[in-house]
Design a protein. Structure first.
Length: 321
């Protein structure tokens, strides 16, 4: 049964199709005969309690010279027979939050939203990992610079980062006694009145980062059999591809699979059909639910069709309810 696949994403004209996971989802949906609709940026709205969008018919092709064509923009009403791909990148700001509320109303009208809007609100990508402490390195989340500084001193070396970043932005590595640590904490927490700064996450530094920050993809609670290790290059300690890391595919390890098994049941229970787990060494560091990536790279290296696995799950839910 053809579906209406409605995508909420960052501007499609600016993506890099060779590594854009959303694009792979659109190609797969089109290959299966589903109708594609592109929501214009900022195009979700409510009228008299009904969820709608300013959207245009979309066709895609795997050609970097011209990868999409849009039809005429019109109002689209959310309802049954639709799969809505919520794939807008962080930051999770007020506007993103409001969009998830609109999509919850769309969900109530019968549309399937991937990932579940309530889950998008509940699972901060840094904090969600801490729901599974058995998988995580020692971690502190605090607004107290003194406590964060003491954490670095206790563990000798730590990574500090904000709760709303992505792509490796604003991530700092600090050692005990580092003369820049006060400046790092002022940057992350802020220099205002005590207790009113920004929550900041500190994690014990994991030396295994030299072998890569691994991305495990969960599709409907099942881990893909290969992971993408994002390996730091040169003098950079961050493995993020956006920070210059090199992506290297590997078979999933026993420890990676164990971590996935710890996380997957809760993700599936909450309607999070497509999730990216970040693992460094033996430790879970993040649970990515907003717009997990790395499918294109793994597909290319191992002949996979990760988008196909996800659409199997989507079609089953739309048909069977």
């Amino acid at each position: 049964m053809p579906l209406d696949v409605v995508v909420v994403m960052d501007p499609i004209g600016a993506i890099k199709i060779a590594k854009d996971t959303t694009f792979s989802l659109l190609l797969e949906a089109q290959r299966r005969g589903h109708r594609l609709h592109y929501v214009q940026p900022g195009g979700l709205f409510l009228r008299d309690g009904q969820a709608l969008a300013r959207a245009a018919p979309l066709t895609v092709k795997d050609d970097k010279a011209g990868w999409f064509t849009l039809g005429q923009t019109a109002e689209l009403t959310f309802g049954p027979g639709q799969a809505v791909l919520m794939r807008k990148d962080p930051p999770f700001d007020d506007q993103f939050l409001y969009d998830t509320h609109i999509l919850s109303i769309a969900q109530g009208a019968g549309a399937l939203v991937v990932n579940d809007p309530q889950g998008l609100r509940d699972f901060n990508e840094k904090l969600a990992a801490l729901l599974f402490p058995q998988c995580c390195p020692p971690t502190l989340v605090s607004r107290d610079p003194a406590a964060l500084k003491a954490f670095v001193a206790e563990h000798g070396e730590a990574v500090l980062k904000p709760l709303d970043g992505m792509g490796g932005r604003s991530i700092f590595r600090a050692r005990a006694g580092d003369s820049n640590l006060n400046v790092i904490l002022e940057t992350l927490v802020g220099a205002g009145q005590a207790g009113r700064g920004n929550l900041t996450l500190a994690q014990r530094f994991i030396p295994g980062i030299k072998d890569g920050d691994k991305r495990i993809l969960l599709v409907d609670g099942v881990p893909v059999d290969y992971v993408l290790a994002r390996i730091p290059q040169g003098d950079e300690f961050r493995g993020n591809l956006a920070a210059g890391g090199r992506g290297e595919g590997r078979p999933i390890s026993d420890r990676d699979r164990w971590i996935a098994e710890q996380v997957a049941p809760e993700m599936k229970r909450r309607g999070m059909l497509f999730v990216g787990l970040d693992v460094i060494g033996d430790y879970l560091t993040e649970v990515n639910v907003t717009s997990p990536t790395c499918a294109r790279e793994l597909d290319a290296q191992f002949g996979l069709n990760i988008a196909g696995l996800l659409f199997d799950a989507i079609e089953s839910r739309v048909v069977n309810g």
